[in-house]
Write a protein that binds this ligand. Sequence first.
Ligand code: PLP
Ligand code: COI
Length: 359
Amino acid sequence: MSVFASQRPDVATSEVVKATLDWASLPFGYQKTDYNLRYTWRDGAWDDGVLTSDEIIPLHIAATCLHYGQECFEGLKAFETRRGDVVVFRMDENAQRMVRSCRKILMEPVPEPMFIDAVERIINANRRFVPPYGSGASLYIRPLVIGTGPQIGVRPASEYMFIVLVTPVGPYFKTGFTPVDLVVEEDVDRAAPLGVGDVKVGGNYAAGIRASVAAKKRGFSEVLYLDAKEKRFIDESGPANFFGVTKDGQYVTPASPSVLPSITNKSLLTLAKEMGMRPVQRSIGVEELFDFVEAGCCGTAAVITPVASITHRERKVVYAKDGRAGPLTTQLYQQLRAIQVGDVPDPHGWVRLVPTPHE
Ligand code: PLP
Ligand code: COI
């Protein structure tokens, strides 16, 4: 058990009676759980955090998160294993990325041990919402940092709040592991090369939301952004990184300063190497989309969502001609999922057991 948790009367969880939910049909959406967790940074220090069932936060009307976008978040998942343990996938990576996000927009970073403790604490407090093994669902954990101190001049806040909420979820793309149609976005930029696209700040999503909504109206599941400078290279999708598989079975994914470094993609680069796919991260010209034989979106929420087709102007490339994901994409997906739920050995130490408060 973590040092922090032992000092607090958090919720005991030895006998967990699951919430009554249709676990196998959960959407990727917000569902109220028992608790969220809130920490305040004030006068140079983070407090010990409080668990609350209140879904509302009291906020100063001049808080910097409201006016100047001082906000960043993370997304990670907890899974129940076959033997009933709860495990979290690569949360140290999320903790480190959140430090980078905070630093980039001059917010107070959450130290990694505090982040990890908060995640374990909030899972234990909401253990009955961890979807059962085999349901295909997971407990999505959403940590966020906001500037709460008031400023009217454009300056960093003097106070911050770190909030962690959880919600049980199904697949982000409602088709799950069924291939989706994407469209190359040429009229909207998500992030600039020297901007903040490489960190997980809310403004990046605000920048892309109109592109995503317009694409959905046209029948696509999401957009694929181009690099904002030259408009020649693939960046990523709205909520996920992108990868393609070449004719000779190579895993290729964009290298770009405006793409969010995805923990899922980083994991797939490792798995692809172990599968002999000679993974490479490099610039991918739009034209190259037409040479791939398989493609996918990857991320915590998306897991791997296979791509059925990509439309670029008047042209369309179809990867999933029979409506099914390609063999290498499928193999990667199965291996990733098996590691995440503890079905296969975890040689890289990606999966971490969440100790109950009694252990
Ligand atoms: N790209 C964007 C823009 C995202 O929002 C996400 C989700 O976190 C990802 C990529 C995938 O990152 P990760 O695999 O770390 O969840
Ligand atoms: C995630 O995959 O965790 C994300 O944050 C993507 C989000 C847009 C749902």
